[in-house]
Design a binder for this molecule. Structure first.
Ligand code: NAP
Length: 345
């Protein structure tokens, strides 16, 4: 019989503030057995959503009520260590991916079977696709109404979400403009065969778009906000769609009140639109997007990037968040919580 710990550790938000550092603690929590339709998972790798984590600390996640102490972390890959009495088709040792706010930054979690994706192994690449990569694809297709033969511009294109957005837009037969903030990131993006890679810290983004894309951008997939958002808005094509998928450059700052013309001036005469996107509103299409991305990855049609900087253990969570918020990452930032115990023998 396997033995389980009486307690395990988790990261909690202890109070609100402008940084995560100083507002989290690692606490013990009692072992909990699974209910009939639940499993216990040994979390192996946790995905870092630095912007979301910071927004939790700032009490700025609009659609949830946060009252510290609050459990943190969202997506993980891991191995099932115990199954409930009515669970069929899953056994200890199975690798799974799952996500829910408050279940990521902890050593174990109890999860209902309805929230599990059975995966080949708990790897960093699978974690990067579920759900971050899938969110990008859902945003492109459902909100951006992506077709083919269009010009698609992607900000933070070397990021966890962005590199999947850029590649899936290219795979669909579009002309892809990728923005990133360093030479190394741009080299990696060029190696993906994207059509135009722009180091927006060195090149003048507005000038490049004016000169090279006089007809404008059909889909601008933006998760950065600020000036990049403004420039995308100024350069939409007829029927152009500007997707707001995030606002990284503005997180933690007072809302930018920008003295610009009202947006109708950029939209009306082009039948263009600005469209907000947040993945909780698209749950019904997520499973299909995940299955397609896993298939593309398995067939080596898609590169999936996990940032190589090692963050190990719950103590490293705040460092990992700060690393992401400093814009240093290439691909998904991940915290390793345990060695993969491997499948049951
Ligand atoms: N809509 C949704 O459902 C959904 C789902 C998941 C994530 N998101 C959002 O998508 C965005 C990307 O998330 P992610 O986890 O994939 O992060 P990420 O893109 O891997 O990392 C953030 C990147 O943003 C760029 N950046 C631009 N301006 C920045 C600034 N002022 N400070 C720091 N970084 C800056 C940096 O790359 P460069 O320097 O190369 O620009 C940085 O690497 C976030 O805003 C997140 O909230 C949205």
């Amino acid at each position: 019989m396997p033995s389980f710990p009486k307690t395990y550790r988790k990261v909690v938000l202890t109070g609100f503030g402008d940084t995560l550092r100083g507002h989290t603690a690692i606490e013990d929590t009692p072992w909990q057995d699974p209910g009939p339709q639940e499993v216990v998972i040994r979390n192996v790798l946790a995905g870092v959503n630095g912007i979301y984590d910071l927004n939790m600390a700032r009490n700025a996640v609009d659609y949830i009520t946060i009252s510290p102490p609050t459990d943190m972390g969202i997506e993980v890959v891991g191995r099932i260590v115990k199954v409930g009495t009515e669970v069929n088709g899953l056994v200890p040792g199975d690798a799974v991916a799952t996500w829910k706010v408050g279940t990521g930054y902890r050593d174990y979690q109890v999860a209902p079977v309805s929230r599990l994706y059975k995966v080949p192994a708990p790897t960093a690449e699978i974690l990067a696709l579920i759900p971050t990569g899938a969110s990008g694809l859902v945003g492109l297709e459902q909100v951006g109404e992506m077709t083919t033969g269009e010009v698609v511009a992607v900000s933070a294109a070397a990021g966890a979400l962005g590199h999947i957005v850029a590649q899936t837009a290219k795979l669909a037969g579009n002309h892809v403009i990728a923005l990133a903030g360093s030479a190394e990131k741009c080299d990696r993006l060029r190696a993906l065969g994207l059509d135009r890679v722009i180091d927006y810290r060195k090149e003048d983004l507005a000038a490049v778009l004016t000169r090279e894309y006089p007809k404008g951008i059909d889909i601008a997939y933006d998760s950065v906000g600020g000036e990049v958002f403004d420039i995308f808005l100024d350069h939409l094509a007829v029927h152009g769609r500007l997707i707001i998928s995030g606002y990284t450059a503005e997180v933690g700052k007072p809302t930018d009140v920008s003295p610009r013309p009202r947006p109708w001036t950029q939209l009306y005469f082009k039948s263009a639109s600005i469209r907000g996107f947040i993945n909780p509103h698209f749950k019904q299409v997520e499973p299909r997007a995940i299955a397609r991305l896993l298939d593309l990855y398995a067939r080596k049609r898609l590169q999936v990037w996990a940032d190589p900087t090692p963050f190990v253990g719950l103590e490293a969570v705040v460092d990992a968040v700060e690393y992401l918020l400093a814009g240093k990452n290439l691909g998904k930032v991940i915290v390793k919580l345990a060695d993969d115990p491997g499948p049951a023998v």
